[in-house]
Every structure is written in C-alpha cells, then in structure tokens.
Design a protein around this ligand. Structure first.
Ligand SMILES: C[S@@+](CC[C@H](N)C(=O)[O-])C[C@H]1O[C@@H](n2cnc3c(N)ncnc32)[C@H](O)[C@@H]1O
Length: 249
C-alpha cells in the first residue's frame, strides 16, 4: 500500500493543502479498497472511471492497482472537490504521483458522463460512489453502461442503502449484467416471518402479485448477499431489450 494511503488509514486524518489535519470520513473501507484492487488486477482496465472522489481514498486504491497496467487512465468525477472537500482528494493523488494517470471533471456526474459518452469514450471498469439517491445512482449506472465495454465491470458502493439496493436489483433483473463480486460484513439471516413469506411466494403463485419483489426473488437468488456493502457487476452483453421490456425488481 502506498505510504500516503497507509498513513491516512492509520491516523484517520487527511491533510488540507496547507497542512492542517482534517478528520477522514465518507470513505470506503480498506476491505472494499482491496476488493476494488483485486478486480482491477484481474481486469487490467486500460480506462477506468470513478464517480465521487471526496478525500480520495477509493481513488488511491484504484490508482495504485492501475499502476500495474501500462498506459492506463483513471477518470474521476466530483462536483464538490474544490469546495466541500477543499481539493484534498486531488492533492492526495498528486502526493503519490498519480496526477499523470488521472483526468478530473469537476461536474455533477450526469453532465460529465453524458459528455464522455458524446466524446465516444470507452471504459473497462467503473466505481460509483457519488450522490446516493435512487435516481442519481440509477443515472450514474445508466451512463456508465453506455461507456462500459462488454466484459467490463461496474462496482457500486453502499449497496445496503435502500436507494442503492434497489438499483442493484434493477441491474441484475433488467439488464445483461451478472454479479462479479460482492462484499458483505454482516452475515444477514432473514427473520422467520420473512422466510415464511419467501417460501409462500415460491409455492403459491397469487402471492407473487401481492408481495414485494424482494420476497418473491430474494437477493441471494439474484446472486448477492442481503445487506452487501459493495457489489461489482459484469457487463455480459450490449443492451438488446425490446422497447417496453420490464421486470419487477
Ligand atoms: C461517499 S463520498 C465518496 C467517497 C470516496 N469514494 C472515497 O472512498 O473516499 C461521495 C462523493 O460524491 C460526490 N457527489 C455528490 N453529488 C455528486 C454528483 N451529482 N456527481 C458526482 N459526485 C457527486 C461528493 O462530493 C462526494 O465526494
């Protein structure tokens, strides 16, 4: 692990551009960072992309792994880097010498991603950790999918948030994506009541129309553990759905 990242994770503080200590927050954990690195070592992406820089923890993990792939490039999007985050994320990347591989866009992701699509940019890996509402995350995924090559992987953070969990269920039920990896800290066991409802949905068809899709097709059946904190999806094919395709999610 590079010394800047190691020092930040050990101390729990980052340094502002003028050297003041600032408490670290909102970042991915080391376990999640290592999982992102494993994926990058496997995929060897030429171009990767990240939504949500903050103090730069995920970007430090990603760039460290990308350094093993010659001529790789990492595109980062965050509208609040110089304001809310005081430029600390970019400064951390600069301190390790990653500025030569990064391309930074200080814009909301829906604008930056659509511009990248218009430019014909293609990517092999993406990490989405921006605005955590359902609609923003879905739009991030929508545009990332437009950029992502078949065989590429998109990882999403904070997938236990109800808003983001729904997006994950949408991806595996409605799009040509499979689960590539997931990270879960809590070994979640459904309650007896929930298990009974899930069972009922299996054996009694009319119940499927009444119950929430989460009961009819639990997360495990979709390939990931309930309450997973990070899920990586592999793009299996380009989108060939009929114009009015829809599956409950
Ligand atoms: C949870 S933090 C990211 C943490 C970072 N990945 C890390 O591990 O250190 C979420 C980030 O999303 C950014 N963000 C908020 N709204 C956004 C938007 N519309 N587009 C892109 N990024 C956004 C915030 O400025 C913030 O930096």
């Amino acid at each position: 692990m590079n010394c800047v990242l190691e020092e930040i994770l050990k101390s729990g503080y980052v340094k502002s551009v003028d050297g003041k200590l600032v408490k670290l927050h909102s970042n991915i954990s080391s376990e999640e960072g290592k999982l992102l690195q494993e994926i990058i070592y496997e995929l060897k992406p030429k171009v990767s992309l990240e939504v949500g820089l903050a103090y730069g923890i995920s970007a430090l993990f990603i760039c460290e792994a990308l350094k093993n792939t010659p001529n790789s490039r990492h595109i980062i999007i965050d509208p609040m880097q110089s304001t809310h985050w005081q430029g600390i994320g970019l400064n951390n990347l600069k301190k390790v010498g990653y500025e030569e591989i990064i391309e930074f866009h200080q814009q909301p992701s829906h604008l930056a991603l659509s511009q990248l699509e218009a430019q014909g940019i293609k990517i092999d890996f993406a990490f989405i950790d921006g605005m955590h509402t359902f609609d923003h995350t879905l739009i991030d995924f929508f545009y990332v999918d437009k950029l992502l090559n078949v065989g590429g992987v998109v990882a999403i953070d904070d997938t236990s948030f109800p808003s983001i969990h729904k997006v994950c269920r949408f991806i595996v039920t409605n799009r040509a994506y499979s689960i590539y990896r997931y990270f879960n800290r809590i070994d979640y066991k459904p309650s007896l009541g929930r298990r009974a409802l899930e069972r009922l949905a299996h054996i009694y068809e009319p119940m499927r129309r009444i119950l929430k899709p989460e009961y009819v097709q639990p997360d495990f059946e979709l390939g990931f553990a309930p309450r997973s904190e990070l899920i990586a999806f592999k793009k299996e094919a380009e989108d060939t759905r009929k114009w009015n395709f829809y599956r409950e999610f």
